[in-house]
Design a binder for this molecule. Sequence first.
Ligand SMILES: [Zn+2]
Ligand SMILES: [Zn+2]
Length: 340
Amino acid sequence: MKAAVLHGIRDLRVEEVAEPSLLENEVLIEVKAAGICGTDIHFFKGEWAVPTPLIPGHEFSGVVSKVGKGASGVREGWHVVAEPNVVCGSCYFCKTSEKNFFCSNLKATGVDTDGAFAEFVKVPASNVYKIPEAMSFEEAALIEPVACCVRGIDQAGIRLGDFVAIIGSGPIGSILAQLAKMNGARSVLVSDVSDERLERAKSLGADHAVNSSKEDLAEAVGGLTGGVGADVAIEAVGKPETVSQAIAIARKGGRVNIFGVAPQDAVLSVKPFDLYAKELTITTSYRSPFTFQRAVGLASSGRLMLKPLITHVLPLEEISEAFEMVEGRKQGVMKAMVKP
Ligand SMILES: [Zn+2]
Ligand SMILES: [Zn+2]
């Protein structure tokens, strides 16, 4: 089959590889759409070390083409998405059921094992979720990021009537903004350094948009909250500077969720006194533990606007161009996808 294989830093090649061979509990999925994530760009740039050679791609949809002998609950021909994180079920973290993905033997499809930038990908049957046939494969490929955002919103602890500020208005920020509104925020402010991304966020329901390269974000938040600050600030960029912004704009007693994935070596400098004086509750959000079913439900309900986030769909052969667009945050690019 054809696949995009990462051989090392900045070395991604489309080549012919063997089709995955199925274990008894696994199913083979014919990939129909696979989204490029900021995490894939981290792998590509060496900011997150992954074993190579690796076929990346963890945000995908497709059709079940083969079901392992011991796999139950999944049928050939189903339109599906799959939770990429595969847990062992027997380590300390799996046994203590803390509703997270801290499994000591965690293997994520497209991160630790071969993923979906290929004609076929295999996953355990228990990680597969059926989607309605009416849903486009492109929208369905956004269910994985939606599942991560559902986790983020759970972690952020938004209460009815909260003023929520979201830093970063890419695909993730735009999903988080929609979910924050659904979760009862009275007002959602989105900040970014791209006017075009901010326009899109507003068209998707954000109440306020601030270009933080032109306007002081803390001042803007202060102005909209009577000088109080945001009840909840969510960082959806993955940079120390934007985490600092989130800490700065959260109100006293407020909550900060660090959602964005920073490079492994990035370091945050913070004044402990500021945290002390504000008595902030700071949470992070790690992957999509037990949120996939809800994400499928949200995407199927039509309440979440996903289509406007998909700006580029390219053939698998042009994956390098797609990576370049996402990495360079090229004008007009939100979510880029490839189709094998
Ligand atoms: Zn992702
Ligand atoms: Zn485990």
